[in-house]
Design a protein around this ligand. Sequence first.
Ligand code: BMP
Length: 246
Amino acid sequence: MLESMFRRRILDNSFNRKSRIVLAFDEYGDKNAVLNRLCWVCEHLSEYLACVKIGYPTILSTGLSELKSIIDEFSSENVFMADVKIADVSHTNSLIAKLLYEAGFDAVIAHGFIGYEGGLEGVFKEAKGLNRGVVVVASMSHAGSVEFLDPNMERIVQTALKHHADGVVAPATRAHIVKRVREIAGDSLLIFTPGVGAQGAEYGSGLSAGADFEIIGRSIMYSPNPIETVLEVKKKHDGVLADRAC
Ligand code: BMP
């Protein structure tokens, strides 16, 4: 199986920038203010980031075509992931993924609970055709994830493996889940862990549990000094990675 362009690009960026941070960009409201803020991130913060994950609040505020112009401007240096957690039937999923890939996103996030046949299928087919990435949500960082998602987490990870997803989302807020995902997936899947910072888990807790990346949003974006905060996070990450190497 060929490594997807997304996997290669995010790992290159991570290595070159010594960063395990995926910035969650969820700014919303006035279109121009949001686009300006994204430009600021690309110009001033991205040298410390492995990837920029852009979510619904931003996409709904700016529209895809305006966002595309920013992605086009900064895509040679940056990796962009679209977080709309695709969870529909295959045909619709395929259209959503196609629009996002055409807007320049390197990868999309899809929900794993919908299953493959007639569901995730459309996302994977679109990704394969365009050599882009797919990241599957296996478990989530909020408490309610234990109700329905967590009992099926292992099967979702198996599905992600079987269909050659690039990675999975698992919660930094519940380290045992991340550890279990790593046991099942080995190095075949990248593990992205949200929940650090604003949601309460400590910086480095996802990496300590075996993840490749931590998804971090508000604690960086709402910091009075985002660059200082990013440097603080990187320092924590360096410590964890040094311990992991021992
Ligand atoms: P913050 O650090 O501001 O809590 O941002 C976390 C980001 O990760 C948000 O974009 C959120 O939508 C996303 N996310 C999450 O918090 N938990 C999950 O289980 C999956 C996510 O994608």
